[in-house]
Write a protein that binds this ligand. Sequence first.
Ligand SMILES: C[S@@+](CC[C@H](N)C(=O)[O-])C[C@H]1O[C@@H](n2cnc3c(N)ncnc32)[C@H](O)[C@@H]1O
Length: 234
Amino acid sequence: MTTDRQSPKKIGKKPWPTKMAMEQVYSDKLWGGPQYDYYSGSGSHQPELVLPYIEVVREFLNSFEHPLSVADLGCGDFNVGKALVEHTSSYTAVDIVEDLIERNKKLFQADHLSFHCLDIANDSLPHADCALLRQVLQHLSNAEVQSIVEKLTRYKYVILTEHVPHGDFDPNLDIISGQGIRLKKQSGIDLLAPPFCFKAKSAEHILSLDLGKQGGLIVTTLFSAEPQLFNPHE
Ligand SMILES: C[S@@+](CC[C@H](N)C(=O)[O-])C[C@H]1O[C@@H](n2cnc3c(N)ncnc32)[C@H](O)[C@@H]1O
């Protein structure tokens, strides 16, 4: 059985489409969670990784007099997103895995919450003030990240979370989209660096969680189309 997406390449075949790869991640529980129906990985469930993120994003969302609309791009099993919905004027959550979206529709309901099955690399992105991209780009090839980055300029704010190595690293080394991330190549996503060169008026690290020397860091960055910065420590 082929569970490693690199395998087809090794035997000279094209990698699977990202949709099939992500479906397999969930059906074969490649991110763990055997007791769960769908499991988006320990990064979506470990309280020490989830709770600080929810706190800082809630603080950001609550810093506006008029609540922001949010597009959650790659919402996964929604264990994280579910804690943010009440702090928004509308919340659109999308994922490439259709049966996961159908499951989320049944489990999580609110008047201003909707779920859609979308491939964020190839489809139009939902309108919103703020995009959340949490541990999604790290799984995607540079071609897909590039296509997503070009569409992010429509958002006033982008809150990006990426798993990166400690210290200096060679950013944006390419991978085949799937279960794995660039950490295995001692690399990670840096949207401001080539080849992406994301044009944001400001970029601020609002959270950094240290997973130990080998484990790397999970870094959350707030990109803004306006020069004004949000200071979570004020
Ligand atoms: C590691 S999970 C993170 C889930 C969630 N953001 C969280 O932090 O709990 C990555 C998610 O991105 C989704 N994804 C990957 N590529 C995608 C694409 N091209 N379009 C939409 N969703 C995608 C996967 O299906 C998966 O649910």
